[in-house]
Design a protein around this ligand. Structure first.
Ligand code: PMP
Length: 405
């Protein structure tokens, strides 16, 4: 069977391999704890369920316009006004099958072959692969001080005549870092000066702790959306616990949205009307579900920080948002894929290797689960990595022998 060069160049995800292994172990009865998970545990809001059920019960389940139903677009416009203090028109909005498809369609619509996109490490795993899928070139800027916040001089040094865009994801997956307002403002100014797109992936924008807020890029410019280089991507997956509904959106200048609508019309036609109704229900319903989730996750963040503080050899930045942290495990093992595999086998804990996010030697731990899962998982990891801990323990009724290190 012939496979294209391009398809062959797309990296398989070690996360999926680890998840598969974890699933097999769970099926065997092993008490595996998943600290790799990228979704909150909360149920979809009732307004989302009722809205999609009402649509479904009409039996009238047909294509929608490729850019989304007018009523969901209206809800997104309202959301943008409320949360970004920016009024946008329906021509500036396109609904897609998750923020993931939104980002892919943006990249497809702005990049020519060999165009470069600046990624700020640690970055979300899918960005470099999506850029490669449209024959672009990812250019990675890695902060040297271990803060997970890039410096402007490093971003400027990464610019070339081929630079088309910078992707900013703050709050950040996988580090939980929230970029300071001055940095966002300087990046916006740079992009406007150089005529480079700024793609802000805002999928975690309300999951911010300690009374802080993520600064929307729009608040850093006077320019109208149609004159601005800012592209905003958001969706219902993370804030409303609706990962399975697959609804995301893009706000951008109308010429770009027009191009994206053509791309979407020729590929997926549109996203499902049932799922668009659900997203509309979430966006127009009671918003206290988001705050309830944020409070739970902030408490979980405090718990995991407390647990990790008492962990010799581990260094971790306190996350300001999301439900991830990215501790530095290099004192134990430099190879994060090997370490994640070891922890799954011996501690029965799923983690995600930092290598996937451009941070080798780190592991991403998700604290979207229960407090008990968090404390037990960290305890198990400590057991597995501490040379002074007993060589054998029971995890549930499974006896584990640690034979590495
Ligand atoms: N961006 C980031 C940073 C993410 O972490 C994710 C989900 N893991 C997405 C985008 C995609 O979200 P969606 O489910 O809306 O496709």
């Amino acid at each position: 069977m012939m496979i294209s060069h391009l398809a062959r160049s797309i990296a398989p995800s070690p996360t999926l391999a680890l998840n598969d292994e974890a699933r097999l172990m769970r099926e065997r009865g092993d008490p595996v704890i998943n600290m790799g998970i990228g979704e909150p545990k909360n149920k979809a809001p009732i307004t989302a369920i009722l809205s999609s059920a009402a649509q479904l019960s009409t039996g009238d389940i047909k294509y929608t316009p490729p850019d989304g139903t007018p009523s969901l677009k209206k809800a997104v416009i309202r959301y943008t006004e409320d949360n970004y203090q920016r009024s946008v028109k329906p021509e500036n909005v396109i609904i897609s099958a998750g923020a993931k498809q939104s980002i892919f369609n943006v990249l497809y619509s702005i990049l020519d072959p060999q165009d470069e996109v600046i990624l700020l490490a640690p970055y979300w795993v899918s960005y470099p692969e999506m850029i490669k899928m449209v024959y672009g070139v990812p250019v990675v800027v890695t902060p040297e001080d271990g803060s997970f916040v890039p410096e402007m001089k490093d971003i400027e040094r990464a610019l070339s005549p081929y630079t088309k865009a910078i992707i900013v994801n703050s709050p950040n997956n996988p580090s939980g870092a929230v970029f300071p307002a001055e940095l966002i403002s300087e990046i916006v100014a740079l992009c406007e000066r150089k005529k480079i797109y700024l793609i802000t992936d805002d999928i975690y924008h309300k999951l911010v702790f300690d009374g802080n807020h993520a600064i929307p890029a729009y608040t850093c410019t006077e320019k109208d959306v149609d004159d601005s280089m800012i592209i905003v991507v958001n969706g219902v997956s993370k804030l409303y616990g609706m990962t399975g509904f697959r609804i995301g959106w893009t706000i951008a200048n109308r010429r770009l949205v027009e191009a994206m609508v053509n791309v979407q019309a020729q590929t997926t036609s549109c996203t499902s009307v049932v799922l668009q109704s659900a997203a509309e229900g979430a966006l127009t319903g009671m918003q206290n579900v988001v705050e309830a989730l944020r409070l739970t996750i902030e408490n979980n963040r405090n718990v995991i920080m407390q647990e990790l503080k008492a962990f010799n050899g581990i260094w971790v930045n306190r996350p300001g948002g999301t439900f991830y942290c990215l501790p530095d495990f290099r004192a134990y093992r430099k190879d994060s894929v090997e370490l994640a595999r070891f922890l799954l086998k011996k501690a029965l804990v799923v983690t995600v290797p930092g290598k996937e996010f451009g941070m080798e030697g780190y592991l991403r731990l998700s604290y979207a689960g229960s407090v008990k899962d968090i404390t037990t998982a960290v305890e198990r990891i400590k057991w597995a990595l501490d040379p002074n801990s007993p060589n054998e323990i029971y995890l549930g009724d499974r006896k584990v022998i640690r034979d590495w290190l």
